[in-house]
Ligand binder design. Structure first.
Ligand code: EPZ
Length: 415
């Protein structure tokens, strides 16, 4: 059982924090690397649990994954790469489902453990399967696995009913090695999609339009190993920015791409924070008080669902009432019950959380239910009077590299 994350609240965050590589870019790029002949070298890959789990899944498939001295990740795929994701590891990582498109593209068949429902909703894969079938793949559900084969693949037009990130990624990967032209309409536009397309193109792929809702892919014969640096993590950055505003601090967030953060910057400025570019980073200064704001989560470039819980924590001590509507996942208010134990006043009404600001929160023993809920409880603990202990802290370590060291570097009292 992991030690709880222990936080002494009431200290404004001050200092600098360096943002690591994006979890949701490097997971999909690691999956895509099984499509590449020769050695792939990935830079800026964070040392987080989810990366470790995916690396172990790749190793089970016979792929050699090794950290180099310069901290880059070397990935070498064997001729006879395995085709089945092992249940004991895949059940820990929904993103293992991104191996479906990559393994189909490479070995024309795959047996992918269907990810169970996770803590934020049922998370079906109907759009993934619709897209892969449109390219000629045969997919069926078989005892909790997706059994897929792709004997006769041909490019096609695919319309996504919802701009699903994972479905866009799986279809893009399969289409990259599928003869002919594939168009993905109503595609997801997240920066991590663009990073995947840039990685595939750097390896010899021919993808145009990533970042827009229409992506065109020309199938190629093969991909060659390359060296590629993953983009910085916009959600990690947003989380530290929200923590600085929540504690009335003043921090410099380094190694960010500001355009990826516009929705987060806009909302934090509405709460009264000052945010401006400084060098290669962003200066974030908390306002005298936190003003209430209304938020609707939407696919990119809307406000990211992965920042929703963190904003509820921040707004729990705003001077007024905020309404946060979750439009992407159907069950992503799991941290509300926990933060109410710290004195927050939040009412759930369907897809909306109504947050009535209180003067302050009080430390308590709480438990994380998913990665971003854990991050939100850490923000609450940083703001609260007294000590907060977060159980299931391993959720936080899944997606935040060196989180205790980074928080200490900002003057937080954590252990
Ligand atoms: C990715 O998940 C991210 N994970 C999530 O980040 C992120 O919250 C999500 O995109 C939305 O931005 C990774 O990239 C590894 P979706 P993904 O497919 O691809 C429904 C984090 O904290 N849907 O865009 O699973 C689905 O149920 C994680 O870092 C279908 O209905 O998200 C959900 O309601 C959490 N059918 C919505 O779409 C499908 O076939 C968004 O899902 C696929 C999805």
């Amino acid at each position: 059982m992991e030690e709880p994350l222990h936080i002494e609240g009431g200290y404004p965050l001050e200092g600098k924090v360096w943002i690591s590589g994006a979890k949701n870019a490097c997971l999909v790029i690691m999956a895509a690397s099984v499509m590449v002949q020769g050695q792939t070298i990935l830079e800026n890959v964070p040392r987080i649990r989810d990366v470790e789990v995916l690396a172990n899944i790749l190793r089970r498939l016979g792929v050699s994954v090794t950290r180099q001295e310069d901290n880059s990740l070397s990935i070498i795929v064997p001729e006879d790469v395995g085709g089945e994701t092992p249940y004991d590891l895949a059940k820990k990582l929904r993103a293992s489902n991104l191996l479906l498109g990559a393994l189909l593209a490479t070995r024309k068949e795959a047996r992918i453990c269907l990810p169970g429902g996770c803590d934020i909703g049922s998370r079906p894969m109907d759009l993934h399967l619709k897209g892969l079938s449109a390219l000629g793949a045969k997919v069926k559900l078989d005892h909790g696995y997706i059994e897929a084969s792709a004997r006769h693949l041909q490019g096609n037009r695919v319309y996504l009913d919802f701009p699903s990130v994972g479905a866009t990624e799986n279809i893009m990967m399969l289409a990259t090695l599928t003869p002919g032209q594939t168009m993905i309409e109503n595609a997801a536009k997240e920066p991590e999609i663009v990073d995947l397309a840039n990685f595939l193109n750097a390896s010899g792929g021919r993808i145009r339009g990533a970042g827009t809702d229409m992506i065109r892919i020309e199938g190629v014969k093969e991909l060659r190993g390359t060296r590629y640096a993953v983009i910085p993590d916009r959600i990690e950055a947003g989380t530290y920015m929200a923590a600085a505003v929540a504690t009335g601090g003043n921090i410099l967030v380094e190694n960010v791409i500001p355009t990826h953060l516009y929705p987060i910057i806009a909302k934090l400025q509405e709460t009264g924070a000052t945010i401006q570019e400084e060098g290669r980073g962003l200066r974030v200064i908390g306002g005298k008080e936190i003003l209430p704001v209304d938020i609707k989560t939407l696919p990119y470039p809307g406000f990211p669902t992965d920042m929703q819980s963190q904003m509820i924590a921040l707004l729990s001590v705003a001077k007024g009432t905020s309404v946060i509507v979750e439009n992407v996942f159907e069950n992503r208010f799991r941290m509300v019950d926990e933060i109410k134990r710290m004195g927050a006043e939040v009412k759930l009404e369907g897809h909306a959380a109504v947050v009535q600001g209180v003067p302050r929160l009080f430390g308590a023993r709480v438990k994380a239910s998913d990665l971003r809920a854990g991050a939100a409880l850490a923000i609450a603990g940083l703001m609260a009077k007294g000590t907060t202990e977060i159980d299931n802290a391993y959720y936080v370590y899944r997606g935040y590299e060196d989180v205790k060291a980074k928080l200490r570097g900002l003057g937080a009292k954590v252990r």
